[in-house]
Every structure is written in structure tokens, then in C-alpha cells.
Design a protein around this ligand. Structure first.
Ligand code: ADP
Length: 498
């Protein structure tokens, strides 16, 4: 009874990891599954593919490592967030493909809500900006487009869930229809302060209450599964970004995690206090356990690793993403060149969908190495923009609520913990530490999301955080240089992208 089975249900693949008592990884299996793009801007997944791929990798990791169900103390789940599913409670059959978080089909419906002035009410209750990203308008779309579904919903015949609820339903053969607050807080139907479904929002989106999953603390009893032979309890559920926050050990107010993938996902733990953002960040629930709710501020950068992909595929100045480090490292600075990475607009805290990318301040001496370095600086500066906004929000809210610990100047006294594909780049992380002026920590193993699923199942958040084994990047430039680089970046953004 010493292992934990972590299920990491991601947007492009399902993964299953076995962890030992000390948090070491015993085994891992991964399987990609199909994505569907029925119309421009639409993204769907077949719920059966989500479930079958997840079940498949769980069975595979147990079989290849010769593990019996009796050896597994608990299952923890981390899942892609916001993705919206409807199924028949009697047969368990999906009523439609899942509408994935990236899907933009409800953009116009969101514009209408904004025009009607619903923004402030929704923001203050849910902590979210009105956007097609979140589940509420996706669920309303399903109820409008699947014939008879609204009536069937009112009769209690069908169930709504985000991916966590769908996995729980299938793992428990329909005995458990539940979700946790970290997932519920991404639906735009959930009151962040009361930690409950919100009747006024259900009314606004015309969502029958009968559809909704039970709310349970992120760590606790989610039933058990018998699908692997013996009985294995399911003890924890978290949305993937919150799982990465926990898996990185960011359990104290002011600690920030950043996942560097295609974009960057940042979360700052803000303690037991929901901090209302004045800088267009999102307020979200980190997790609920042991009778306490922890909150986080969240901000996303659209283009990060995507800039490196563009250097590779668009400009052709590198062969592989990893080559960028050597190329950028071959020059001491960018020679004044700035890259404005607004390829798909700018995310938090700028929120400008219309901005477009630019490379500025080039001279006859500019080389591809300067451009590569400017790309890394652009990633780091965008992350700094979000971190600074987090700091300013926290400062405006009067500290952490847990004894302070924040600088007066707005930037919190924190550490940045990093994961994701682009976090393999040492030079990027050194530039990040320089730009932020705080140490950047990279874990010895890169499985932050699965580590969070393990931690929430055990309610032992920090046991697998081996601080001593993390690689630390300390700032190496002084405050004056940092400040002038920040100002130059902000000026350039203002001139070219805002
Ligand atoms: P996602 O989950 O968004 O697919 P990953 O965490 O797998 O992303 O990271 C892949 C991204 O990281 C790609 O955009 C790629 O360009 C970038 N990347 C990978 N290795 C490096 C590197 N050494 N330096 C900079 N960027 C990198």
C-alpha cells in the first residue's frame, strides 16, 4: 500500500505515473488521442477517447511495472480544465463531443454578455473575465444544440462535468458524480467566496441545477475504483495548473509557478484570501483541503515556446528548439534588438487580441544570434509583466493575509518555480532571474502536474519537493540595469503592440 497512481489527463495526451512513498517516479505511460476541428475555431474531443486513453495508460503503467492494486494506496487526478462534457446518467453515453477549453465558438455569446454589462458581477463572483475559454457558455451551447437536452437536464437524466468529473464517473462506474473547487472555479458558474454553485449565474446561463456534479474538497473521498482488480480509493482531484502549483511546492502566499510551454501559465499562491485583480489577472481556487480553501492569482502569456517554434519553422535560423540556447548565448546581449511577441495578440495583463508581432531596433550589425536572444528576453519580460501585475494586486489587497512578506514596491518577495518544455533552457531561466530580480528554481524532475496529483491524493504537499536537488538561477544583474531593461520593454510594447 505504498504507491500513488497519478492520472494526468492533458489536452493532447493522457498520462499515468506511479509514485513511491518518497515521491520518486516508479513508472510512466503516455498516450496521445485525437483532436477534432469541425469548424474554424472549434476544438472537440471524443469523451470516449479521453476515458479510454486514460484507462489504457493506467493499466499499462501497472502492468509494465508488475504492480497489483493492493500496492496502490490512492489515486490522484490532475486534468485539463474548462473542457465541457454532457452525458446520459443511465447509460454513461456522451451526448456530444467534449468542447475543449481552446474552442472559441461561444465568442459572440460572450461579447453579448460584455455589452450587457455583466462583466463586473461575473468577475466579482467568479474571479474570471467573461470569455469563451470557461465552461458556462460551452455548456449553454450544448444545451441549445443537443436536441431535447435542456428538458432532459431538468428531469435529472443527464450530467454535466469537466474532465475530472467524467473520469470520476467512469472510474466509479457511475457511483460518483463530483468535482472539486479548483475545477469548479473555472466554469464561470461557481461563487469563489462561498465555494458553491451560484444560482444567479445558473439562471443567467439557463443551466438546470440538476446537471451539476457534487462539490467535494480537492483532497478527500471521491469513492473507489474496481477497474484494476482490487479496490483503489480515489483521494484527490485538481485542475492541471493548480496541480502544477502544488507539485512545485508553492504552498505559501507569494510563491509563483510558471509552466513554459507553447505559452506560459503562471499561478501565484495568495493564501487563504481571494485577491481581486485590478490588473486583469484571474482569481481562482488553488485547492480545498483540511477545511481550508487556498486561492491563487493566474495569468497566461500566449506566445512563449511558440516564439522559438517560429524561429525554427518561420525564420529557419535554428534546426531544433534546443538550438536557440547556443545561438542566443553566442552574443552577450541583443545589440538593442527587441522582439514584440504578439503573434496571436497579447495575453495577461495586456489583453490585446489585435496586437501583432514585430522585431525593432535592428542595425546592419544585427545577426540571427541577436534575434534569438531577443526572443528569450521577450519570453522573460512577458513573464515579468504577469508577475509584476500579481505583485501589484497583492500589494493593493494589503499583503498576503498570512503575515505579510511582500515588498512595499509591489513585487512580492517570492520564488519562481518553473516547469514545462522551454524550462529546459538554462539561458532562458538565467535571463528570467535577471529580469525579475528573484531566484528561479527548476525541479530535478519535470513532472510537476503529476506530482501535484500525487500530493493532493496524500494531503502531503511538500514531501516530494526536494529543494536541495533543484537547480537555482540567481539574479546576476543589478537593480538599475534590471529597471532600465524593464522600462525599455514597456516602452517598446506601448509603441508597437498596445
Ligand atoms: P506544450 O505542453 O504547450 O505543448 P511543452 O511543455 O511540451 O509545451 O514545451 C514545448 C515548447 O517549448 C515548444 O513551444 C518549444 O518551442 C519550446 N521549447 C522546447 N525546448 C526548448 C528550449 N530548449 N528552449 C526554448 N524553448 C524550448
Amino acid at each position: 500500500m505504498s504507491l500513488v497512481l497519478a492520472l494526468d489527463q492533458g489536452t493532447t495526451s493522457s498520462r499515468a505515473l506511479l509514485f513511491d512513498v518518497a515521491g520518486g517516479i516508479v513508472g510512466m505511460a503516455q498516450r496521445e488521442y485525437p483532436q477534432h476541428y469541425p469548424e474554424p475555431g472549434w476544438v472537440e474531443q471524443d469523451p470516449r477517447d479521453i476515458w479510454q486513453s486514460q484507462l489504457g495508460v493506467a493499466r499499462e503503467v501497472m502492468a509494465t511495472n508488475g504492480i497489483d492494486p493492493e500496492q496502490i494506496a490512492a489515486i490522484g487526478i490532475a486534468n485539463q480544465r474548462e473542457t465541457t462534457l454532457l452525458w446520459d446518467r443511465r447509460t454513461g453515453e456522451p451526448l456530444h463531443n467534449a468542447i475543449v477549453w481552446q474552442d472559441r465558438r461561444t465568442g459572440a455569446a460572450c461579447d453579448t454578455l460584455v455589452e450587457r454589462g455583466e462583466g463586473p458581477r461575473i468577475r466579482s463572483r467568479t474571479g474570471l473575465e467573461i470569455d469563451a475559454y470557461f465552461s458556462a457558455t460551452k455548456l449553454a451551447w450544448l444545451l441549445d444544440h443537443v436536441p431535447g437536452s435542456r428538458e432532459r437536464a431538468q428531469r435529472g437524466e443527464i450530467a454535466f462535468g469537466t474532465v475530472d468529473a467524467w473520469l470520476l464517473w467512469n472510474l466509479t462506474a457511475g457511483r460518483v458524480h463530483a468535482t472539486d473547487p479548483s475545477n469548479a472555479s473555472r466554469t464561470m458558474l461557481f461563487d469563489l467566496h462561498k465555494c458553491a454553485w451560484d444560482d444567479a449565474l445558473l439562471e443567467l446561463f439557463q443551466i438546470p441545477r440538476e446537471l451539476l456534479p457534487d462539490l467535494r474538497p480537492s483532497h478527500g473521498d471521491f469513492g473507489h475504483t474496481t477497474l484494476f482488480g482490487g479496490e483503489i480509493p480515489i483521494r484527490g482531484v485538481l485542475g492541471d495548473q493548480q496541480a502544477a502549483l502544488l507539485g512545485q511546492g508553492c504552498c505559501r502566499a507569494g510563491m509563483v509557478k510558471c509552466t513554459y510551454g507553447t505559452g506560459c501559465f503562471l499561478l501565484m499562491h495568495t493564501g487563504a484570501m481571494p485577491v481581486e485583480s485590478r490588473h486583469r489577472l484571474l482569481t481562482t481556487i488553488a485547492w480545498q483541503r483540511a477545511g481550508r480553501v487556498d486561492y491563487a492569482l493566474e495569468g497566461s502569456v500566449f506566445s512563449a515556446g511558440a516564439i522559438i517554434q517560429w524561429l525554427r519553422d518561420g525564420l529557419g535560423i535554428i534546426q531544433t528548439a534546443a538550438d536557440v540556447e547556443g545561438l542566443a548565448g553566442s552574443v552577450a546581449d541583443t545589440g538593442g534588438v527587441m522582439l514584440v511577441p504578439a503573434f496571436t495578440g497579447l495575453g495577461a495583463p495586456h489583453w490585446n487580441p489585435h496586437a501583432r508581432a514585430a522585431i525593432v531596433q535592428m542595425t546592419r550589425g544585427t545577426t540571427k544570434a541577436h534575434i534569438a536572444r531577443a526572443a528569450l528576453e521577450a519570453i522573460a519580460q512577458q513573464v515579468a509583466d504577469v508577475v509584476e501585475a500579481m505583485g501589484a494586486d497583492i500589494h493593493a489587497a494589503g499583503g498576503s493575509g498570512e503575515g505579510g512578506g511582500f515588498h512595499a514596491g509591489g513585487l512580492p518577495a517570492f520564488e519562481l518555480w518553473v516547469d514545462g518544455g522551454a524550462a529546459a533552457n538554462d539561458l532562458l531561466l538565467q535571463i528570467q532571474a535577471d529580469v525579475l530580480g528573484v531566484p528561479v528554481f527548476r525541479h530535478a524532475h519535470a513532472e510537476a502536474t503529476a506530482a501535484g496529483a500525487r500530493a493532493i491524493a496524500l494531503a502531503q504537499p511538500t514531501t516530494n519537493i526536494r529543494r536541495a536537488e533543484a537547480r537555482v538561477f540567481h539574479p546576476q544583474i543589478d537593480a538599475a540595469r534590471r529597471q532600465s531593461a524593464r522600462e525599455r520593454w514597456q516602452r517598446t510594447l506601448k509603441e508597437h503592440a498596445c
